[in-house]
Design a protein around this ligand. Structure first.
Ligand code: MG
Length: 384
């Protein structure tokens, strides 16, 4: 295929979609891919990265060794990409960009989900903190070692911007061009906005599914959530007598579908009302990819239910407490004795901020099981 691949493949997109041709490009100029659009190329680079493979052994709520049936960050990222792509196709947005952002959005996550992230952030308090979105960007900009000419994956600006979903103002000020929108209070591409909401759709629904599977949540408890109860009644009306896993799957499937349809309709309407003609208009408009107010309310109830009943379940608390301890103890041990680290992770110049960032990179890159094993290796005398 000639170098016009971008143009041909992106010709049918909406005028306000992101395009390779109108992109702010890569930090290090590269010749065009030819057979792929630039965003397909980004997606491929992400899939081949080391950090992407590690997602298989990282978790959000459950710890990786707890069972084979739970979502990992890898399967979560694939679910987000699937949801985001199907919505993007309906809105004529750039599917390749939305897929690249979705697959990369969790690359910077620590082991043990939010417990790990909070613990590492607390450890890094006097060294600039730790934010997982910023770390995802750091992985694709700096930490991946795959190319001779540059550090990282040298992704397109719009892919990097989508990965940096949130960012504190002090950090935004340090980042230059990529952080500018947080200072100017501007929006990213519609594809970035979409990947963000596809993430919410995916995790709320799979946390219900995994919560039920683990036995930490019961169907009776979920009856409190009107959104679940309504779709359960629909599933039972369609398939009288249905029970067990089929009933749960038929219910969750309907919930995901309702969220997707609402998001498509509401976003179409908001895009039309805003009258955006191009990507610049999108950046200056309010967020246009959105749920309706009614659906937003349903989602908030669902989130509250999950927070109270699953994320703070005592069995989850036990695991997150251990996870926090492991992360904190690893951090403290490495900071006290940097020579316990492999040479690449030793700052070697006595600069504690630089050393702390290297330790944070090392810990953030660990999978759940690697962190547990490393902890045993450091603290158990008979483990090598
Ligand atoms: Mg996610």
């Amino acid at each position: 295929m000639p170098a016009s691949a971008d143009k041909d493949m992106e010709a049918s997109l909406a005028p306000y979609a992101a395009r390779s041709a109108g992109s702010r490009g890569r930090r290090f100029a590269e010749p065009p891919a030819g057979s792929r659009t630039e965003f397909q190329r980004d997606r491929d680079r992400i899939v081949h990265s080391t950090a992407f493979r590690r997602l298989e052994y990282k978790t959000q709520v459950f710890v990786n060794h707890e069972g084979d049936l739970f979502r990992t960050r890898l399967t979560h990222s694939i679910e987000v990409a699937q949801i985001a792509r199907s919505i993007a196709r309906n809105l004529r947005l750039n599917e390749d960009l939305v897929e690249a952002i979705s697959l990369a959005h969790d690359l910077g996550h620590t082991p043990f989900g939010h417990a790990g992230q909070d613990a590492l952030n607390a450890c890094m308090e006097s060294y600039g903190g730790f934010e997982h979105n910023l770390q995802s960007l750091r992985v694709v900009d700096k930490l991946e070692e795959r190319y001779g000419a540059f550090d990282g994956l040298n992704l397109m600006f719009e892919t990097r911007e989508g990965i940096l979903k949130h960012c504190s103002i002090p950090n935004a000020q340090l980042l230059g061009e990529i952080g500018q929108r947080f200072i100017d209070k501007k929006q990213p591409t519609l594809e970035a906005q979409l990947a963000n909401l596809a993430d919410e759709i995916a995790y709320n629904n799979h946390d219900i599914d995994d919560g039920l599977r683990s036995g930490l949540l019961s169907i009776e408890q979920l009856g409190e959530v009107d959104f679940f109860a309504r779709h359960r009644r629909e599933a039972e009306a369609a398939y009288p007598g249905i029970g067990g896993r089929r009933m749960i799957n038929e219910t969750v499937r309907r919930m995901i579908n309702a969220l997707i349809i609402d998001l498509i309709r509401t976003s179409e309407e908001r895009i039309r009302e805003a009258g955006v003609q191009n990507l610049d208009d999108v950046r200056g408009a309010p967020a246009l990819i959105s749920f309706s107010d009614a659906m937003r309310q349903e989602e908030l109830w669902l989130k509250r239910f999950l927070r109270e009943n699953l994320y703070r379940h005592y069995q989850v608390n036990r695991m997150t407490s251990k996870a926090r301890r492991i992360v904190r103890e690893l951090f403290e041990a490495f900071m006290a004795e940097p020579r316990l680290l492999a040479p690449d992770y030793q700052a070697g110049d006595g600069d504690s901020s630089r050393q702390a960032r290297k330790v944070a990179d090392y810990i953030a890159g660990m999978t759940d099981r690697y962190a547990m094993r490393e902890h045993r290796r450091l603290f158990m005398i008979d483990e090598i």
